[in-house]
Design a protein around this ligand. Structure first.
Ligand code: FAD
Ligand code: NAD
Length: 367
C-alpha cells in the first residue's frame, strides 16, 4: 500500500502528448485528476503562442509553446471530467506536416505552485458599459475567441492598464450579468464574457482611466486568483453575507451558487451596508429575489441615510451583528462571508469572533 502511494506521488505530475491530422493539431493533457472541470483549465492561443494551464489544487501544470506553424483563431477544448483528460484541438492554417509541436517556452511542461507563476494576461474587448448606480457601472468584457477561462465563485481577476506611461494593476471580482430569479433557466455562464461591477471614484487613478475606455477598446485581464473554496459553502446550512459598498461583488456568484448548487443550504442572508439609498447596488433585483425565493433574505443598513429612511442605520457593530447573524439551531452549520473596505472587514471579523463564531465559519475577502 505504502509503495503504491509513494510511487503515485511522482506520477501525479500531469503530462502531455500531441498528434496531428492533415488539418488539425491535438494536444492532450493527462491531468491525473478525477474531478477536472472547466474552472481548472485555462487555454490561450495568441497568434502562434499556445498556453494551456491546468490547476491542480495549489499547483499548476503548464504547456507553453511557440507553435511550429500558424493556426486558425477558433479552437476546441474538451474536458473528460472523470478521466481527467484535457484535449485542445487547433486548426492548421496550412495543411502541412508539422515536425514538432513548436518551440518550448520557459515554463513549458512545468508543474509548480500556482502562486509561483506570474499573472498571465490576455486582451479583452469592452463590449458594453451600463450604469448600476450614480457612480457604479457594469462593464462587460469579451474574451478572445481563442481563450478558454472561467472565473470560479469567490475569485477575482486583475485588470492592467498603462496610465501616464506606467503599468497599473487592480483586482476586480466578476459578477453575473444580473441576478437570476428563475433558477430553472440555465444561468448566464456563456464563458465568453466577464462582467465587472466597478465603482468609479472621482479621484481614482485606475477607475477614471477605466471609465474613459470606449466600447470596442481593449484591456488586459489576468487569469483568476483567490483563496475562497466552494467547499466552504457546500457543507453550510445558513449562509450570511456581510457586504459593504462594492464588497457586494463576490457575494453575487456566491449567492447564486449557494441557492442553486447546494442542497443543504436553508437560508442565505445578505446584510448590505451602504452610505445612502442611492448607493445600493442591484437593490431592485435583490428585493425581487427575496420575494421569489423564501430562502433568501436581504437587509440594507445605511451609514448616511436621509431623514426619510425607515430602515436600519449605522455601521458594522456587535449589536447589529448579534441582531442579524444568528444560528437557526444550536448546532447549525454556518458560513459567514465578509467583504468591503478593509476597516469594515477587519472590524467585522473581530466582532464575529467575539460573538463566538470560529475562524472556520468566517471567510473574509481581502486583498
Ligand atoms: P485609487 O486611486 O486607489 O483611490 C480610490 C479612492 O479612494 C479615491 O477617491 C481616493 O481618493 C481614495 N483613497 C485612496 N486611498 C485611500 C486611503 N488609504 N484611505 C481613504 N481613501 C483613499 N472594486 C470594485 O469597484 N469592484 C470590484 O469588483 C472590486 N473587486 C476587488 C477585489 C479585490 C480582491 C480587491 C482587493 C479590491 C477590489 N476592488 C473592487 C477595489 C479595486 O481593486 C480598486 O481598489 C478600486 O477600483 C479603486 O481603484 P482606483 O485606482 O480607481 O482608486
Ligand atoms: P463606501 O465608502 O461606499 O462604504 C460602504 C459602507 O462601508 C459604508 O456605508 C459603511 O457602512 C462601511 N464602511 C466604510 N468605511 C468604513 C470604516 N472605516 N469602518 C467601518 N465601516 C466602514 O464603500 P466603497 O467605496 O464601495 O468601497 C468598497 C470597498 O470594498 C473598497 O475598499 C474595495 O477595495 C473593497 N472590495 C474588496 C474586495 C475584496 O477584497 N475581495 C472586493 C470588492 C470590493
Amino acid at each position: 500500500e505504502r509503495k503504491v502511494l509513494g510511487a503515485s506521488a511522482k506520477d501525479l505530475t500531469p503530462s502531455y502528448d500531441w498528434f496531428q491530422t492533415d488539418s488539425l493539431i491535438t494536444i492532450v493533457i493527462y491531468t491525473k485528476q478525477k474531478n477536472m472541470n472547466a474552472e481548472l483549465v485555462i487555454v490561450d492561443c495568441q497568434e502562434k503562442r499556445l498556453r494551456g494551464e491546468i490547476i491542480v489544487d495549489e499547483h499548476s501544470y503548464l504547456v507553453e509553446v511557440d507553435l511550429d506553424h500558424a493556426v486558425q483563431e477558433d479552437m476546441a477544448v474538451n474536458i473528460s471530467e472523470k478521466v481527467g483528460k484535457v484535449e485542445i484541438t487547433l486548426k492548421k492554417k496550412d495543411k502541412i506536416n508539422w515536425k514538432t509541436l513548436g518551440r518550448p517556452l520557459e515554463s513549458h511542461n512545468t508543474f509548480v505552485k500556482h502562486s509561483d507563476r506570474g499573472l498571465f494576461y490576455r486582451k479583452c474587448k469592452l463590449v458594453s458599459k451600463v450604469e448600476v448606480t450614480h457612480d457604479t457601472k457594469l462593464f462587460c468584457l469579451m474574451l478572445p475567441k481563442s481563450t478558454r477561462l472561467h472565473v470560479p465563485t469567490g475569485q477575482h481577476v486583475y485588470l492592467k492598464q498603462i496610465i501616464a506611461g506606467t503599468e497599473v494593476v487592480k483586482p476586480y471580482t466578476p459578477v453575473l450579468p444580473f441576478l437570476p430569479l428563475d433558477f430553472k433557466e440555465p444561468s448566464h455562464r456563456d464563458g465568453e464574457h466577464i462582467y465587472l461591477m466597478i465603482k468609479i471614484y472621482s479621484c481614482g487613478l485606475f477607475t477614471q482611466a477605466l471609465d474613459h475606455l470606449q466600447i470596442g477598446d481593449y484591456i488586459s485581464v489576468s487569469s483568476p486568483e483567490g483563496n475562497f473554496k466552494k467547499s466552504q459553502v457546500q457543507t453550510s446550512e445558513d449562509v450570511f453575507l456581510l457586504a459593504a459598498g462594492t464588497g457586494f461583488t463576490p457575494m453575487v456568484k456566491l449567492m447564486n451558487f449557494a441557492l442553486t448548487q447546494v442542497s443543504c443550504v436553508r437560508t442565505v442572508k445578505l446584510i448590505f451596508f451602504n452610505k445612502t439609498e442611492d448607493d445600493i447596488l442591484w437593490r431592485n433585483q435583490l428585493e425581487q429575489l427575496a420575494l421569489k425565493d423564501e430562502r433568501f433574505e436581504v437587509q440594507f443598513i445605511l451609514s448616511q441615510p436621509t431623514k426619510d429612511w425607515v430602515g436600519k442605520q449605522g455601521k458594522i457593530s456587535p449589536s447589529l451583528l448579534s441582531e442579524f447573524v444568528k444560528r437557526n439551531r444550536k448546532d447549525s452549520k454556518v458560513l459567514i462571508c465578509i467583504c468591503g473596505p478593509t476597516p469594515f472587514t477587519e472590524q467585522g471579523v473581530e466582532y464575529l469572533k467575539d460573538l463566538g463564531y470560529s475562524q472556520e465559519e468566517i471567510h473574509a475577502f481581502t486583498a
